[in-house]
Design a protein around this ligand. Structure first.
Ligand code: PHE
Length: 469
């Protein structure tokens, strides 16, 4: 590799915004509420919070440390420390491709809803649910929006780290936050909102199974952009004087607060409207427009801003996914940035089209019993990210030098990290065991066993062929 100075973040706040931008996305606002709805609410939320705050922060510190130490993206980072571990990085790149198999579809929905907010969607609140179903199963319309969304990703990532990704995040993340607070305030003051708050905050552990734990763990990883090398890659662009644990703490707290805010925005309103919590992937696209429709004229304006902010939150996340693949091609294959972006983006166009069509026209076509959209979603969320996190923890705990880690995390002894040993023991012993237990329990109690076994087989195959990669 040439000896060029590595691209760097423009500023501290720029990095934080980009990392938080990667974390905060559809995972918080679209996925978290419907997962909570399908998994019984508060108990799921508590488990998710515990996983995010204990396992999530520890893994994030680890990813930052590995990335900054090696100054390489996922694959190179593993490989430069231990060649046998190349596959763990490759699994990350594959995860990025798979998440990008469905993420732009939902990103496209958000874009479409910006326009729909002012073209009559809100005029008939009772029809909002049906309108969503009709929209996502339409063969053309969501496809076009998905392509627009992907094109935006390609344009941003082609411009490089500090130029594109960083600027987009800085402006639009705060907007989203303010907006969610406004919606939440409206939602909790609707008559009948109390039932929603109970659903969110009164835990009922009788509904908890192994699948609940796996869903909560997958959600924590997905939402924090962990387990697939994204934060390794972002960490590789991070300056040597940045405090890794405090950055990880800030990103995690921001991410979980946005998820909780989204819950508070949605569930009180959902119960106030007399709807069912377990409606699945359409939740935000159905409940939030109804809240706005009930506000009269000003609702349309709020709706436009909300879906705009959602689309941008999605964009700052999906660019980080595209960046993982791009950085791999640049660092490992020595390609130019533009060529890397266009190639990766081109493949994503194909998977995105298949995934979008799988909700309508191609709904009869299934892999391991699920459509293509769900195939990408379930494989990454339920298997790849959790196993990716487990591999990272084992790697950091057992295959890296403790002194090196301490040196990296304390910036050569210049910043204090009093919890270093706690972190180290968590990563080395507790987290691998915890993830393994959750994975086994979850995989046993999940319906799509064939798909789970397929996912595990992919990882085993990668591991076997790792040295050739
Ligand atoms: N964390 C993002 C979200 O919540 C999704 C994501 C996952 C981004 C993994 C990068 C890596 O929407």
């Amino acid at each position: 590799m040439e000896n060029k100075q590595r691209e760097n973040w423009g500023s501290r706040i720029g990095f934080l915004m980009a990392a938080a931008g990667s974390a905060v996305g559809l995972g918080n606002i679209w996925r978290f509420p419907y997962m909570a709805g399908e998994n019984g609410g508060s108990a799921f939320i508590l488990i998710y919070l515990a996983f995010a705050l204990i396992i999530g922060i520890s893994i994030m510190i680890s990813e930052f440390a590995v990335g900054r130490r090696t100054e390489l993206s996922a694959v190179g980072a593993y490989q430069s420390i231990n060649r046998n571990w190349t596959f763990a990085g490759v699994l990350g790149v594959l995860s990025a491709f798979f998440i990008m198999g469905f993420y732009p579809v939902v990103g496209g929905w958000a874009l479409a809803y910006i326009l729909k907010s002012v073209t009559g969607l809100l005029s008939d609140p009772a029809a909002i649910g049906d309108a969503f179903g009709a929209f996502i199963t339409n063969p053309i319309e969501p496809l076009i929006w998905m392509l627009v969304f992907l094109a935006m990703n390609i344009a941003i990532v082609a411009k490089g780290i500090a130029g594109g990704i960083e600027k987009a995040g800085k402006v639009l993340m705060p907007t989203l936050f303010v907006l969610l607070i406004l919606i939440a305030a409206r939602s909790v003051t609707l008559p009948g909102a109390g039932a929603g708050l109970d659903f969110l905050f009164k835990p009922d552990f009788s509904k908890v199974t192994g699948a609940t734990y796996l869903a909560a763990l997958g959600q924590a990883f997905f939402s924090l952009s962990l387990g697939m090398g994204c934060m390794i890659t972002y960490g590789s662009y991070l300056g040597k004087s940045e405090n890794l644990p405090s950055n990880a703490l800030i990103v995690t707290v921001m991410d979980t607060s946005v998820a909780l805010l989204a819950g508070i925005a949605i569930f009180p309103a959902l119960f106030a409207f007399g709807m069912e919590p377990a409606v699945g992937a359409g939740l935000v696209f159905v409940v939030v427009p109804q809240i706005f429709a009930a506000m009269g004229g000003i609702g349309a304006l709020f709706s436009v801003i909300f879906f705009l902010a959602l689309a941008v939150a999605a964009l700052t996340s999906s660019v980080s996914l595209l960046e993982v693949v791009t950085a791999y091609l640049i660092d490992q294959r020595g390609w130019e940035r533009k060529k890397s972006v266009y190639t990766a983006g081109g493949i994503m166009v194909v998977t995105g089209i298949l995934s979008s069509l799988s909700l309508g026209l191609m709904s009869g076509f299934t892999l391991f019993g699920v459509g293509i959209f769900d195939f990408f979603d379930i494989l990454t969320d339920k298997i790849f990210l959790a196993i990716g996190g487990l591999l990272l923890a084992v790697f950091v705990g057992w295959f890296m030098d403790k002194k090196d880690l301490e040196d990296e995390i304390t910036n050569g002894g210049t910043v204090k990290f009093g919890l270093f040993n706690v972190w180290y023991n968590l990563v080395k012993y507790v987290i691998p065991v915890a993830i393994a237990i959750v994975a086994v329990m979850g995989i046993m109690s999940i319906e799509q066993t064939g798909l789970m076994l397929f996912g595990l087989a992919v990882i085993v195959v990668l591991a076997i062929f790792s040295k050739k990669l």
